[in-house]
Write a protein that binds this ligand. Structure first.
Ligand code: MN
Length: 197
């Protein structure tokens, strides 16, 4: 448990849990049999999508400025950010103005994933070469996440060409509602305003 909390130090340091709507990491986190896969659409100062994969009790996280694509020709920059607690997978709401990550968060996709490599996920992460099959509500099939240099925070995230690949209208445009609640970003943002009236 101490290791888990240590992993989340950066997450905790950046946040004031008396002010933010985001979850405070619990001391005991329920391990899921099938690892979590989540993508949150985050309307912060710059719109981006946060890709998160459960690895060893935390959500390894990447900010994807252009969002996920199911077109194998589109390789998306994914910038590694701080580990998030598993509870974050179900976080949807608005982070108040002035706080780190201020803006509305929508659970764009949620599900589980399968590691397609023959080595454990933490090792894939360390080596900077991840290949997973996503079992989300929107994203299905195999995706790769490759670190651009031997060290550093820049990775690329892209679809492997399989039966679930598609080259038409971007999936972030055709599927723009919450995978958790069916709400639009506007509806999520409005709900917060109402609760403050
Ligand atoms: Mn974000």
């Amino acid at each position: 448990m101490a290791t888990l909390i240590k992993k989340l130090t950066s997450y905790v340091k950046r946040r004031n849990f008396g002010k933010t709507t985001e979850p405070e990491p619990k001391t005991r986190v329920q391990r899921t049999k099938k690892p979590l896969f989540v993508i949150q659409e985050h309307h912060a100062s710059h719109l981006h999508w946060d890709l998160r994969l459960e690895i060893n009790g935390v959500l390894k996280s990447w900010a994807v400025p252009k969002g996920p694509s199911i077109n194998p020709n589109e390789k998306r920059l994914a910038i590694l950010t701080e580990d998030h607690p598993l509870e974050y997978a179900h976080f949807e709401g608005t982070i108040p103005e002035g706080l780190y990550g201020a803006g509305t968060v929508m659970v764009w996709d949620i599900g589980t994933y399968i590691n397609e490599k023959t080595i454990p996920m933490d090792q894939c992460f360390d080596e900077g070469r991840i290949e997973i099959t996503a079992k989300g509500k929107k994203l299905l099939g195999t995706f790769a996440l490759i670190r651009l240099k031997s060290s550093g925070e820049n990775w690329i995230f892209f679809k492997i060409n399989d039966a679930f690949a598609h080259t038409g209208t971007p999936i972030t445009k055709t599927h723009n509602k919450s995978a958790l609640t069916g709400r639009t970003v506007v509806q999520i943002a409005q709900e917060v305003k109402k609760s403050h009236e």
